[in-house]
Ligand binder design. Structure first.
Ligand SMILES: Nc1ncnc2c1ncn2[C@@H]1O[C@H](COP(=O)(O)OP(=O)(O)OP(=O)(O)O)[C@@H](O)[C@H]1O
Ligand SMILES: [Mg+2]
Length: 323
C-alpha cells in the first residue's frame, strides 16, 4: 500500500493520517439531551519516526482524540488511516487485531491504569499472551528483558504496582505498552502525574526507547514547555479544534493563532529579568476572531504550518507571517 504523500517539501512518509475527525458525546442530564463536541473536524498527520506533540488545556479533546484513533470510541465523523489503511471504519476482529498489534497507548495516571491485583510480570506479559505467546519461560524472558529496557530489574517482576514509586509505575506502564513492539505509541500525558524531578527521566526514557525501537510517538501534553524539546512537530488544540500545526521550531518562532500565542506566553522564562517582563496573553475567541458565521477551515501559511481559520483571518495571518 502506498502511504507516501507529496507536499511542497518533497516525499513524506505518513504513519498516521487523521482527516476531519469528530467525536461527539451525547449526554443526558435530568432527561435533557446535550451534545459535547469533544473532537470537532480535526485533521493532522504524523510522520514515521517523529514525535508529534498534541497540546492544549484541560478538556480540549486530546485524550478523546487518542482514544478515538485506537477505537476505544467509534468516531462520529471523519477518517483515520494508519500506514495508509483506514482504521476508522466498521470494526471487526481483523481490524481490532491490526490496531492493537501496531498502536499502543500509555496512560496519564500510572496508578489507575495498572491492575493492583496483578504482578508486574502478569501486567507486562498480558499483551504477549493475547498474541498467543504461551510458553511461561519465554514470557518471563521477554518480560525481564523489557523491564531492563525501561530501567527496572528482573526481581521487580514478582512485585505488585503499589510497591513502586510513581516514576517506576510509569516505567511499568511503558513496558506494558512496548512489549508488543508497536509502531506508534500514543503517550497521553505520561508525565503530568509525576514529580517534576522524575518527569525528565521518563521523557528521556521514552526518547531512548524511541531510538532503540524505531517508534513513532504521539505525545499528548497540557502545555508547550513539556513538548518543546523533543517534539518534531506540534499541533495545538482548543475546544475540540486543532487550531495550529507546525514544525516545533516554526511554531515557537512564528506562532500565528492567538491561542497558540497565549499558550506560549504561559511558559515561564528561566532568566528572572525576562520573566519579569513576560506578558501573559489571554485568548478570547469572541475578541480574536471575525468573519462571523463563516466556517473556518485549514489554511497553510508555509509548508507544514497550518492554521484553522476563516479566509479573511488567513489573509491577516499571511501578512503577519511575512512580516
Ligand atoms: N465519555 C465521555 N462522555 C461524555 N463526555 C466526555 C467523555 N469523554 C470526554 N468527554 C468530554 O469531552 C471533552 C474533551 O475531553 P478530553 O478528556 O478528551 O480532554 P483532554 O484534552 O484530554 O483534557 P485533560 O487535559 O484534562 O486530560 C470534555 O468536555 C469532556 O468532558
Ligand atoms: Mg486527557
Amino acid at each position: 500500500m502506498d502511504n507516501k504523500k507529496m507536499n511542497s517539501t518533497g516525499v513524506e512518509d505518513h504513519i498516521l493520517d487523521v482527516e476531519h475527525l469528530s467525536m461527539y458525546f451525547t449526554t443526558k442530564n435530568r432527561g435533557k439531551k446535550s451534545t459535547v463536541k469533544a473532537v470537532d473536524d480535526v485533521s493532522f498527520y504524523v510522520k514515521r519516526g517523529e514525535t508529534f506533540g498534541l497540546v492544549g488545556e484541560s478538556g480540549c479533546g486530546k485524550t478523546t482524540t487518542g482514544r478515538t484513533i485506537i477505537r476505544l470510541y467509534d468516531p462520529t465523523w471523519g477518517t483515520v488511516k494508519f500506514n495508509g489503511i483506514e482504521i476508522s471504519g466498521k470494526m471487526d476482529r481483523e481490524l481490532h487485531k491490526y490496531i492493537t498489534d501496531h498502536i499502543a497507548m500509555i496512560f496519564q495516571d500510572p496508578i489507575a491504569s495498572l491492575n493492583p491485583r496483578m504482578t508486574v510480570q502478569e501486567i507486562i506479559a498480558e499483551g504477549l499472551k493475547i498474541r498467543g505467546v504461551k510458553d511461561p519461560e519465554e514470557l518471563q524472558k521477554r518480560v525481564i528483558a523489557m523491564l531492563e529496557h525501561v530501567g527496572l530489574q528482573a526481581e521487580h517482576a514478582s512485585r505488585y504496582p503499589h510497591e513502586f514509586s510513581g516514576g517506576q509505575r510509569q516505567r511499568i506502564g511503558i513496558a506494558r505498552a512496548l512489549i508488543v513492539e508497536p509502531q506508534l505509541v500514543i503517550a497521553d500525558e505520561p508525565v503530568s502525574a509525576l514529580d517534576v524531578s522524575v518527569q525528565a527521566q521518563v521523557i528521556n526514557l521514552l526518547n531512548k526507547l524511541k531510538q532503540e525501537m524505531g517508534l513513532t510517538i504521539l505525545f499528548i501534553a497540557h502545555n508547550l514547555s513539556v513538548v518543546k524539546y523533543f517534539s518534531d512537530r506540534i499541533g495545538v488544540m482548543y475546544f475540540g479544534k486543532l487550531v495550529e500545526m507546525a514544525d516545533s521550531n516554526e511554531l515557537f518562532k512564528n506562532p500565528l493563532h492567538p491561542y497558540t500565542k497565549a499558550l506560549l506566553s504561559a511558559i515561564p522564562e528561566p532568566d528572572p529579568l525576562n520573566e519579569k517582563k513576560r506578558v501573559k496573553l489571554h485568548y478570547d475567541p469572541e475578541i480574536h476572531h471575525y468573519g462571523e458565521g463563516k466556517q473556518p477551515s485549514y489554511h497553510e501559511v508555509s509548508p507544514g504550518h497550518t492554521i484553522y481559520c476563516s479566509d479573511e483571518e488567513f489573509e491577516e495571518y499571511k501578512k503577519e507571517w511575512k512580516a
